[in-house]
Design a protein around this ligand. Structure first.
Ligand code: BT5
Length: 252
């Protein structure tokens, strides 16, 4: 597969994930890419909003038809997260890091998020859509987003969005190929861990009915975060199952 071989560019959409799903239903090939200059209803996880103004960010969605078990789909967020971090590092030299499972941060602020959605039935995956939002040349953010930043804010340099997209596609291709083998992250989990900011740090795990603090000790090849509490209890935290409150003061 080559990510981005087929592309659709839009001046304005509601959400590139929504566009990609419609294209999937109309038969789009795996690797197809939807890119928009602006989103009017950009989405985060769990119905949250994603601020997507015109001309300054990368708002895009990759359509995939992975031949993996349905439980492996949320791991695509980690595949994308690593590809984004590598792309940003390669093109800008900035110290971008992954905040497990799906954020990319620079100097403790969020510059990028990933939204992974899927369609399937009876354990079969029809398609998955991996949405990537990256603040590239944004100069300022609304007051409601105190923990957001952009590559421009962090460096004082404006970057070419097209070049960043090309870097992302190349890295994503490589990691996705490895992921496709077994639906696991085994071939690049060390690289992921080396670029992950939560590891060996305190995290707060927020589950539906409880929350607790713990120390993040590892990430396994399924992309699960391994945490240890003060009383020694070790828990495997699933991607998509909980939110981790980490560097910022708000709940993600
Ligand atoms: C995410 O959700 O981080 C996933 C964001 C995915 C956006 C892409 S853009 C292309 C594609 N099409 C879509 O409609 N979506 C995807 P989550 O972890 O739930 O974080 C959402 C939270 O991040 C919000 O509640 C805000 O607090 C904050 N936020 C919103 N917009 C932001 C921005 N532009 N930069 C940084 N933080 C933002």
């Amino acid at each position: 597969m080559v990510v981005g071989q087929e592309r659709r560019y839009y001046k304005e959409v509601d959400s590139t994930n929504t566009k990609a799903k419609l294209w999937a239903k109309a038969g789009a090939k795996t690797g197809s890419l939807v890119i928009a200059d602006r989103q009017t209803a950009g989405r985060g996880r769990n119905g949250r909003d994603w601020h997507s103004p015109s001309g300054v960010g990368i708002w895009m969605s990759v359509l995939l038809r992975p031949e993996v078990d349905v439980v492996a789909i949320p791991r695509l967020s980690l595949v994308a997260g690593l590809a984004i971090v590598k792309a940003v590092q390669a093109h800008t030299g900035l110290d971008a890091k992954i905040k497990w499972p799906n954020d990319v941060v620079i100097n403790g602020k969020k510059v990028c998020g990933v939204l992974c959605e899927m369609q399937g039935s009876g354990g079969r995956v029809d398609y998955a859509v991996v949405g990537v939002g990256m603040n590239v040349n944004t100069e300022a953010f609304p007051e409601s987003l105190p923990y957001a930043s952009s590559l421009y804010v962090e460096s004082g340099i404006r970057y070419d969005r097209e070049v960043l997209i090309e870097y992302f596609c190349n890295y994503f291709d490589t990691y996705y190929k490895a992921y496709q083998k077994e639906g696991k992250l085994i071939d690049f989990i060390e690289e992921y861990k080396n670029n992950c900011i939560n590891l060996n740090n305190k995290v707060k795990i927020l589950e539906d009915d409880r929350q607790y603090e713990a120390y993040a000790t590892d990430i396994n090849d399924k992309g699960h975060l391994i945490v240890q509490q003060d009383d020694g209890t070790i828990t495997e935290v699933f991607v998509g199952e909980v939110s981790v409150r980490g560097l910022y003061g708000y709940v993600e």
